[in-house]
Write a protein that binds this ligand. Structure first.
Ligand code: NI
Length: 171
């Protein structure tokens, strides 16, 4: 088990559509999933997508209990949102965009179909925080960040702040 380093905003892998996973149940895939959970817990996140550790594959891990309840651990491979209902507005951040949090509007309730680590079909339903995490992480697999959901004005403001941090070597 090893925490991986998290890719930060500015790296093109975060804005690239990920490739579907085609081989399941492999040692390599299991190791990646274990390492992604470890990385997410160390960083105190509730979700982490493969591109955030530099792997451009449609794979994400989520745990809305932050490691408190093992039954909350989710591994979603090649996920798609098949149903969205209602709407919620809430503060959202991203481990790849540390220090920035903004209100983002999301569906209140979603149903997701995906594969598990062995390639079995699974369906996950989520509301509130889980619905938000599912939408945020699945966005990542399409190269979309929470910044893309903000007004152009807010997005540009954050981009400018990040550019300053990058220039100062603080990013
Ligand atoms: Ni994120």
């Amino acid at each position: 088990m090893a925490a991986l380093s998290i890719v930060k905003y500015g790296d093109s892998v975060l804005e690239t559509k990920c490739e579907p996973v085609t081989s399941f149940g492999t040692l390599e895939l299991r190791k990646l999933v274990v390492d992604m959970f470890e990385t997410m817990y160390v960083a105190r996140g509730v979700g982490l997508a493969a591109p955030q550790v530099g792997v451009s594959s449609q794979l994400t891990v989520i745990d809305t209990s932050s490691g408190e309840d093992p039954s909350k651990q989710l591994v979603l491979i090649n996920p798609t949102i098949v149903k969205r209902e209602g709407s919620q507005i809430g503060e959202e951040g991203c481990l790849s965009i540390p220090g920035f949090r903004e209100d983002v509007r999301r569906a209140a309730h979603v149903v997701v179909r995906a594969k598990d680590i062995d390639g079995n079909d699974i369906e996950v339903e989520g509301e509130e925080l889980l619905a938000r995490a599912l939408q945020h992480e699945i966005d990542h697999l399409h190269g979309i960040l929470f910044l893309n959901h903000l007004s152009p004005l807010k997005r540009d403001l954050i981009r400018r702040k990040i550019k300053k941090l990058q220039k100062a070597g603080d990013w």
